[in-house]
Design a protein around this ligand. Sequence first.
Ligand SMILES: NC(=O)c1ccc[n+]([C@@H]2O[C@H](COP(=O)([O-])OP(=O)(O)OC[C@H]3O[C@@H](n4cnc5c(N)ncnc54)[C@H](OP(=O)(O)O)[C@@H]3O)[C@@H](O)[C@H]2O)c1
Length: 415
Amino acid sequence: MKQVWRSSRPQTSRGPRVRGPEEDHQRGGTVPPSWEELSIAPKERSPSSYGAEARGGCSGVPAGSAGSQLCQRGPGLRLYPTPRKGPSRATGARPRQSATRSEPLQSRLHGSTGLRSGSQANFFPPLEDAMLPSGSFNNRMALITGGGTGLGRAMTATLSQLGAQCIIASRKLDVLQRTAEEISSQTGNKVHAVQCDVRDPQAVSQCVDQIEALTGLPDVIINNAAGNFVCPSERLSPNAWKTITDIVLNGTAFVTLELGKRLIQNQKGASFLAITTIYAESGSGFVVPSASAKAGVEALYKSLAAEWGRYGHRFNIIQPGPIRTKGAFSRLDPTGAFEKAMIDRIPTGRLGTPAEIANLAAYVSSNYASWMSGAVIRFDGGEYVSLAGEFNELRSVTPDQWKLLEAMIRKTKGS
Ligand SMILES: NC(=O)c1ccc[n+]([C@@H]2O[C@H](COP(=O)([O-])OP(=O)(O)OC[C@H]3O[C@@H](n4cnc5c(N)ncnc54)[C@H](OP(=O)(O)O)[C@@H]3O)[C@@H](O)[C@H]2O)c1
């Protein structure tokens, strides 16, 4: 009897069921033909052209029309989601509205993000209000290294809004003081600014002395300070290597060990959180000192999660994907060209926002997460898996090209 395979599309009366490409790939057999073989050049895509196709390519279905969450192009092929205008399925929130509602507060507290995005970002509007109940950090002290700018500033703003007394520490005292005043005046909770170069163990020890005098030892420690820049590895000087690894790995270790020892002596528990990056796991060319140091930070935190639970300490890690901050983007994407490519490959179609990661950091550092230790949380809109899957490029195949591909695959005989 002729073997009949399940098709990826609903069966019509037009013929026997046939094997779909997906199944072939699962069976480890078939590699898709090249574009030359298909004689169809793939369309050049930019984030906006991707969006244009999602909107305009399916002209039979008005984008966002009721009941048209999936756009059909050709019989039974449902490939391109159209932007939903109604409430988000996941959150019940209306895209845009919630962002607009919280904009004044967010721009005051976290700074405006000025997001550029692909059309599928409409499915994933950032909800930026503080997620935890107000008062979740009442009577708690939080140290945030690098808290004067970027993501550290956003985390400080959220913790302060939720009742924490925050201490922000880094090298530039004027920046720290400005941030501390701005956040304190908006939340009504004191934010202290303490100068500290985390590369210097003596400076770290003096900083912790100062913190003890100001607030007592903290309940929450967020190791967020970092340095990074893009550079071919053959151009790296020993000094460049040392600077980055000193800030990221040694700095995190000095802060963690100094506070850890004093907390242990005082029999006080604490939540430690390290901000690393998605390439701490995979490694990445052109940011090798950072990748190496962040991987070290992750090993440090996972090790201490195992060792210091007995002292009441939790250790967790957040790996952010791209979130535009002046500090990170000016050194990693100085021309802005890279950002477009990033958005194109992020399944949620946009960068993250500082307020979103601040909510996650607040949750991980709160007592709601008191059972969480040794966790590595990737927070990247799907970028990591999008980069990893070797067939993910097939997102750019059009429905017409899929018809051709499917026809070619069906014709394949034998192994
Ligand atoms: N934004 C992203 O897309 C992204 C993605 C993945 C991971 N991350 C991570 O997120 C964290 C925050 O980055 P960001 O984007 O917010 O960049 P940022 O604004 O440049 O923050 C870095 C902070 O580190 C402080 N710092 C640098 N060297 C220091 C030192 N020697 N001692 C003490 N503090 C020092 C800086 O303050 P001073 O200059 O005053 O010292 C600054 O406040 C970093 O760990 C970064 O690796 C960010």
